[in-house]
Write a protein that binds this ligand. Structure first.
Ligand SMILES: Nc1ncnc2c1ncn2[C@@H]1O[C@H](COP(=O)(O)OP(=O)(O)OP(=O)(O)O)[C@@H](O)[C@H]1O
Ligand SMILES: [Mg+2]
Length: 293
């Protein structure tokens, strides 16, 4: 299959980075470059990273920038081809048989086909972005099946025939790395590890996403969150928690709470694990920004 550039008017990694920023997704140079190359080379992009670093959001932002509808396949333990490709609508088929009387209805037409994400993406390769989210949750068998799908972008439906994409769709895969992915799957993709953003970038993300938050507050929260991430926590705060902690504390401060206290009272939006809270309780004060605005 010929490689088709999917980059639209985006002529460089920098142009893509700017477009993502306009869409309120702040990507660093490395991520913007990986995304640009994946698009330009017509390859899937594999994003790995800790929970909450912005993997899913990166795919959504990319879809927005490219004017493509995001079709999401959320992986889970036990996911099988039927959930990913298509299913026949049995109740509807039954009903059709009952209503048809003598004439035999065609039970394997589009009317009875329940399109699942992979088939949907295959049918609309020009205006969709296929997000295969949290692939590490699926088992090895499903991963092997996906590898095949990503190699030839065809789906064979025994009752109706083979459907082939007219061009390779844009595909983004994400993984939290709860297990290693197959070598062969990695080889097919442009790989990028998303780290927690550096403090300057994370403060900018907070400002972009939470308009109520003052810059000093954003900077202070990012400092606190980074200190928390250095602790051995079960659920270290992700970027979403940083944004929400800043927002929540700002809200309470607006109602008269003092700064360290506003952060303390809002801690439930930053830390969401009882063991983590218990572990930090004796020292929590040292993680709370004293003066945030
Ligand atoms: N670079 C960024 N620019 C703007 N917002 C971001 C960025 N990174 C993360 N966010 C914010 O953080 C939230 C969480 O990100 P997201 O859900 O994409 O994380 P994730 O890596 O997919 O996490 P998980 O592994 O838990 O699914 C997003 O909804 C968004 O608000
Ligand atoms: Mg995600």
């Amino acid at each position: 299959m010929a490689v088709q550039p999917n980059i639209g008017g985006l002529k460089s990694p920098e142009a893509l980075q700017r477009a993502l920023t306009d869409a309120q997704y702040l990507a660093d140079d490395a991520l913007a470059t990986a995304a640009y190359l994946a698009l330009a080379l017509g390859k899937p992009m594999l994003l790995e990273g800790a929970p909450g670093v912005g993997k899913t959001e990166a795919a959504k932002a990319l879809g927005g920038v490219l004017g493509r509808q995001v079709i999401r396949l959320q992986c889970f333990e036990g996911i099988d081809a039927a959930a990913a490709l298509y299913e026949w609508n049995y109740p509807r088929q039954m009903l059709a048989i009952r209503q048809a009387g003598q004439g035999a209805p065609n039970l394997y037409s589009d009317d009875f086909l329940l399109e699942r994400p992979l088939l949907a993406a295959l049918r609309h390769p020009g205006d969709s972005l296929l997000l295969i989210d949290e692939i590490d949750r699926a088992d090895h068998e499903f991963e092997a099946f996906l590898l095949e799908f990503l190699s030839d972008f065809t789906i064979s439906i025994p009752e109706t025939g083979t459907i082939r994409a007219t061009r390779p769709p844009v595909v983004v895969l994400t993984s939290n790395r709860t297990r290693d992915l197959h070598e062969a799957l990695r080889r097919r993709c442009v790989y990028h590890w998303i780290d927690y953003p550096d403090p300057g970038l994370e403060a900018a993300i907070v400002m972009a996403r939470a308009s109520s938050v003052a810059e000093a507050t954003a900077v202070a929260v990012v400092g606190a969150v980074n200190a928390l991430r250095a602790e051995p926590l079960a659920k270290p705060p992700g970027v979403a928690e940083t944004i929400e902690w800043a927002e929540a504390a700002t809200l309470l401060a607006g109602q008269g709470a003092r700064w360290p206290d506003a952060f303390r009272r809002a801690i439930g939006v930053a830390l969401k694990d009882h063991d983590d809270l218990t572990y930090l309780a004796p020292r929590l004060g040292q993680f709370l920004p004293g003066e945030a605005a």
